[in-house]
Design a protein around this ligand. Structure first.
Ligand SMILES: [Zn+2]
Length: 464
């Protein structure tokens, strides 16, 4: 199989696995995960849905360098995998800190996985993953003939984002995380960004500035989506847009692609000049490693929240609002940056939008006249301003959003990331308020790791 295969899990799942796989007796332990998937043409991602620890007392052997358990124990899980099209991932521990698959592992995977493929009887990917005491993960897919291919990336998404790459030697300074990980803002960070992909939805006031930063940080791949074309009124706040672009009505995503390609930093760019509520765009966004949402609609926020949960992706949402009094005097200059982790609180549970607004947005989207009305810039409440000159505000908030991502990847702050789920900046008062992570969202919690289904995201509009 030549496609790249990745695996993602939440920090909570990682903790559950670690607790079972390292019971403290220095012997190997194992667990089975049933996984959803994002199946792409060139990339697949396994998404951990459920973890089933293999009880210590059913194992016929538990040693510091080997484990055996009765294969029949798997039967009910394989029935479920077959019925629901789920992938099977075997996790086991290496308490002796052996940082690669052993000859014993090769034998047991070659014996086990052809049977799993036969039972599930669908052309889907199954994998074998090893966890080390320090939480490091590495793995491989195992095909129906018992052939191995390394998982090119494993991601643990929580308050922090941890990644392990097959191309990185194991251990990497990054994975060890002793105190501070890899120094942020150095050449190694640039190299690591080159292994990551991001989706930026919205390529206008804040989106164009986030795109600029991600490209210059050296991101390997960017997926950009925005339905709008450049207009003269945008010239004062969209980076890289020219007067001629507005004359020609060039799509905003095309302007971004042109700028990134001119940088020649090696970033691959995919652009979608359409509304997010489109199957190919949702699939492209779902195939990235991190999402930036620069949308001004509840529907857009709802769809991105679903993608984040279904596909286990960290999601950073950006908003800017300027408030004016009746006479036009500026009252507030506000920016907000939300960090959303799958299985945690959501934009919905944080009341950043309401379901009634989602329905209203969907209605407007299907009605062009109302939609045109909605598309009018609404940066400044209470003042009709066609072309608000807000680039300095947008740049502040867009930089906060990218710094938020780096803080999650590189622990650049002196306090735990959990304390900064929402950041609100009020430039009129020069205040930044940080709101800590709250309770898990009851709406999106049940769909964590579901992955591809029909219709995607359980939205009828996306039916194929
Ligand atoms: Zn092993």
């Amino acid at each position: 199989m030549s496609a790249l295969v990745a695996l993602s899990l939440t920090e909570q799942q990682h903790g559950t696995l670690h607790g079972h796989l390292f019971p403290g007796d220095g012997k190997e332990a194992a667990a089975i995960a049933l996984c959803g998937r994002r199946d792409g043409l060139e990339r697949h991602r396994l998404l951990v849905r459920e973890i089933h620890p293999i009880p210590y007392d059913v194992c016929s052997l538990r040693a510091p360098d080997a484990i055996r358990w009765p294969v029949e124990w798997l039967d009910p899980l394989l029935d479920r995998a077959a019925a629901e099209g789920l992938s099977v991932v075997k996790f086991h521990s290496h308490p002796a800190d052996y940082r690669r698959f052993s000859a014993v592992d090769d034998q047991s995977d070659t014996a086990l996985f052809p049977g799993i493929h036969g039972w599930v009887d669908r052309p889907i990917i199954h994998a074998s993953v090893v966890m080390l005491q320090d939480g490091t993960l590495f793995g491989r897919s195992v095909d129906a003939d018992g052939g191995f291919a390394p998982l090119h990336m494993i991601t643990c998404v929580g308050d922090d984002i941890r990644t392990w790459h097959a191309r990185d030697p194991v251990p990497s300074a990054r994975a060890l995380r002793v105190g501070r990980p890899t120094p942020a803002f150095g050449h190694r960070m640039t190299a690591e960004c080159g292994q990551l992909s991001a989706a930026v939805v919205g390529a206008s006031g804040t989106g164009s500035i986030i795109i600029e930063q991600l490209a210059r940080l050296g991101f390997g791949r960017l997926v950009l989506a925005d339905p709008e074309r450049a207009e003269h009124k945008n010239m004062n706040r969209i980076v890289n847009a020219t007067w001629q672009d507005a004359e020609d009505g060039v799509p905003k995503v095309e302007i971004a692609r042109r700028a990134i390609e001119a940088m020649q930093l090696g970033t691959k760019v995919e652009i979608y000049a359409g509304n997010l509520v489109r199957r190919d765009i949702v699939e492209a966004v779902a195939g990235c490693d991190i999402i930036f949402g620069c949308v001004d609609s509840a529907e857009g926020r709802d769809v991105l929240s679903r993608i984040s949960s279904y596909y286990l992706l960290p999601y950073i949402d950006v908003g800017v609002r300027i408030g004016a009094l009746m006479d036009g005097t500026i009252d507030r200059i506000d920016g907000v940056v939300h960090y959303i982790k799958p299985g945690g609180s959501s934009l919905y549970s944080r009341q950043a939008y309401r379901q009634s607004q989602v329905a209203a947005d969907a209605l407007r989207r299907s009605n062009p006249l109302l939609y045109a009305e909605r598309q009018r810039e609404k940066y400044i409440d209470g003042v009709e301003e066609e072309a608000p000159a807000v680039i300095s505000v947008n740049m502040t908030v867009a930089a906060m959003a990218v710094n938020e991502m780096l803080a999650r990847l590189y622990l650049t702050r002196n306090q735990p990331n959990r304390s900064f789920a929402t950041l609100r900046i009020n430039l009129a008062e020069m205040e930044i308020e940080a709101v800590p992570e709250g309770d898990p969202c009851p709406l999106f919690g049940p769909v964590v790791g579901v992955g591809d289904i029909e219709p995607p995201l359980n939205l009828p509009e996306l039916s194929g």
